[in-house]
Design a protein. Structure first.
Length: 269
């Protein structure tokens, strides 16, 4: 695992990194680039910048296949809080991606288990995810893999704990009775199978999760810690999100020279 504490807008940094990866891969119809995508507030700046890069002709999504991390169960795809709506409203409707290359879990499927199994099979059929993007919750959850989730988990349905339901109720008129309590989510192992993982984290509230991810022990009670075992994972955070880390840890990562710090320097040019 690597850590980069960036002074840039995290979304803009991530967008240029994604564009660089896609362009270097040089995808074709027979050899698409496979991208894992998140929702939430943290990735919005990234999606805005990717749209601008696409419009400027600096990156194309014509031969990019996407898989979203999760979706609520029981919400219509047109519901403004569904992740289908989010992805089309904030990203897909503004870029040159083919509709058949967009994959989002169907939270209204008749057989949720079959839907999850088919999702895993489709990821495997395209050769796996090349770059998995994501964020992290204050308690260290990834997608809807909340504390206590198996580190060997695959895509599945997940009952949301009450703290998550209460936190999400702000999007449903503050009413927990309107807030979904079941969701479909890729698993921790699904994330671990991606060839590369980039997690964006910002804000002081996420500092404990960053501390656990970097300095803590691997535990299902803090799912993001599983990334310590990933062969190529990067946590990209702002200064506030790094506040719980030891100075020694921060300095250690600062002096490591690799493609991440080179990209950060390029962004500053």
């Amino acid at each position: 695992m690597r850590l980069l504490i960036s002074k840039h807008n995290l979304g803009k940094w991530a967008a240029h990194y994604v564009a660089k990866k896609i362009n270097a891969f040089n995808p074709t119809a027979d050899k698409p680039f496979v991208l894992g995508l998140p929702t939430g507030s943290t990735p919005l700046d990234m999606y805005r910048e990717l749209i601008e890069l696409n419009k400027a002709g600096k990156v194309s999504f014509e031969h990019v296949v996407t898989f979203n991390m999760d979706e609520y169960c029981g919400l219509a795809e047109t519901h403004p809080e569904s992740y289908h709506y989010y992805m089309h409203h904030y990203f897909f409707d503004h870029i040159n991606i083919k509709s058949e290359n967009i994959n989002i879990l169907n939270g209204n499927a008749t057989d949720l288990d079959a839907e999850c199994e088919a999702y895993e099979a489709k990821i495997s059929a395209v050769g796996g995810i090349h770059l998995q993007l994501g964020g992290v919750g204050e308690d260290g959850h990834l997608a809807f893999n909340e504390p206590g989730s198996s580190l060997a988990s695959k895509t599945r349905s997940k009952d949301l704990n009450m703290s998550t339901v209460i936190a999400n109720s702000r999007f449903f008129d503050g009413d927990i009775n309107k807030t979904p309590r079941l969701a479909l989510t890729i698993g921790i192992d699904t994330v671990m199978q991606a060839k590369e993982v980039l997690i964006m984290v910002k804000g002081l509230a996420k500092a404990p999760a960053v501390y656990q991810a970097i300095e803590g022990s691997v535990s299902s009670m803090c799912p993001i810690t599983a990334l310590q075992y990933h062969r190529k994972a990067l946590i990209l955070c702002d200064e506030l999100a790094s506040y719980d880390l030891r100075v020694k840890t921060v300095k250690y990562f600062e002096v490591m020279q690799d493609e991440y710090t080179a990209h950060d320097a390029a962004m500053n040019a």
